[in-house]
Design a protein. Sequence first.
Length: 649
Amino acid sequence: MNKEKYYITTAIAYTSGKPHIGNTYEIVLADSIARFKRLAGYDVFFQTGTDEHGQKIELKAEEAGVEPQQFVDGVAAEIKRIWDIMNTSYDKFIRTTDADHKEVVQKIFKKLYDQGDIYKDEYEGWYCTPDESFYTEGQLVDGKCPDCGREVYKTKEEAYFFKLSKYADRLMKHIEDNPHFIQPESRKNEMINNFLKPGLQDLCVSRTSFKWGVPVTFDENHVIYVWIDALSNYITGLGYTPDGECGELFKKYWPADVHLIGKDILRFHTLYWPIMLMALDVELPKQVFGHPWLLVGDGKMSKSRGNVIYADFLVEHFGVDAVRYFVLHEMPFANDGTITYELLIERINSELANILGNLVNRTVTMVNKYFDGNILPQGELEAIDRELIELALATPGNVNAKMDELKVADSIDEIFKLLRRSNKYIDETMPWVLGKDETKKERLGTVLYNLLESIRIAAVLLEPYLPETSEKIMKQLNTEVKGWDSLEEFNGIKAGDKVGTPEILFSRLDAKKKLAELGGETEEAEKPKEEKKEQKNKKKEKEEISIDDFAKLDMRLAEVLSAEKHPDADKLLVIQLKVGEEKRQVVSGIAKWYAPEDLVGKQVVMVYNLAPVKLRGVESQGMILAATKGKKLTLVSTLEEFKDGAKIS
């Protein structure tokens, strides 16, 4: 087992208000990486926290009528509450108002000043309060902040400056020598072309126009500018001090393996922070990953736009793991992702409830039904078994390869490939048919063993992303065989053990009801009544056909051999039919009216010569007929004295 050290940090959350789901995405992303590394055998330290100083916070506290410390205490507690709600496994939650952090920040500032990297001058230029950033006239975009687009104001004050320009060439060489230092690639190019090549300006690192900050020990009129204060948390949290008496955590875990930050603060983490470390003679982090934004529709989430969605609200309505799954799976590696209630509901229904939940439920149910919960040993394998087993054993390596590149969404896809293949394996092996034949019991036991073990492997791999769900699956399997080593062979499930009780992992959601509950409406509900009536009338209109057209139809009786839920559509059933000596597969939208087990053995009428089509990825070779009235539906089947294959004319 790998015992390498792994240190991961998030950008510390700014304590100006409650974090929305876009902010929360970052902590969940970092948590999934930290959990995966622990699963893979790494000794992980995961740090997060809050950034609590600056002019903006001083103004927010004044507006609230409280002292700044009281204000940040309340906001920091709320941020920590949200991080805990999301089941994140951080090892340290640092606050920049912590006494030990402030003391080390003062020492860092003094050291940089004493060695000539910080000097006093006068600043005159443009300042953006929300971003705590200074800009030259040429950096403004249409006279506004180039990062957030908000108003800036002209300021002139005495300040201390940090000599970024002194280290610019050294930083450029480091980036060139370490191509993965800034990721994704597009972010690296942005930093090089927009800042390093044009030339870095020395950075203003103190302020005199407000007091809510870490005081400069040797100049009482100045407080340390927020970026030196905030960025230092990554080493102060480990016990770094510039006097050489660094703590054991720093010696053990530094340099950081990855700083996980939003793309909007990439400049501070890939230019200012590494240069500060160079000046302190401290090794640079191995990688800074600037993740994309989670958008609502096509816009960035912000209170001013009125499109903010909060994590605790989503958890209340959908559950922790459903929200974790969505933000992790819907965010591309380098591009912005989108969240809408409709999309969240669709993912829960199609992927969590159908692909994952249905697979676990019906597998455990079949073991209880056919073998009273007992797990039979794996018998002789067929080619179809080996194909599933081969994929199951390859999946951990595939997931690991994606996680090495921080492609979390892609790593989840690798797990769901195994889940989809397992669902297909059920359709191919038809265990409900095997269960009717006493001579096939051994084969049925093998099929169910293969399913249980594939589910176990998937459950172990899902733990970093869906920790509660992974635990629930393992409980239903009634096994504690987990850990990376348990993924090397296809034998974690033990014959002779008993499975647990099947439980629903994710309930399917009625989109219209849920949207109404959330305060939204479906597009269909928002249509004018006149438009709906017109559409309804159009549906009723049918083109007349001739007797010759009718003669083209080849309708036959068929017997239902088996039926299963469609892997990707809750309204559809995949039905295996016997038509004379031939077998046909038909996909039919009758799941609302018929359970799969109710159909087996029924005689139905089918359109035999309908051209094959694919319905949600599954081929359908015909159509079975049904009668409807209002909300009722019944299959057409009145010729029971005839055998399957009989033609209808």
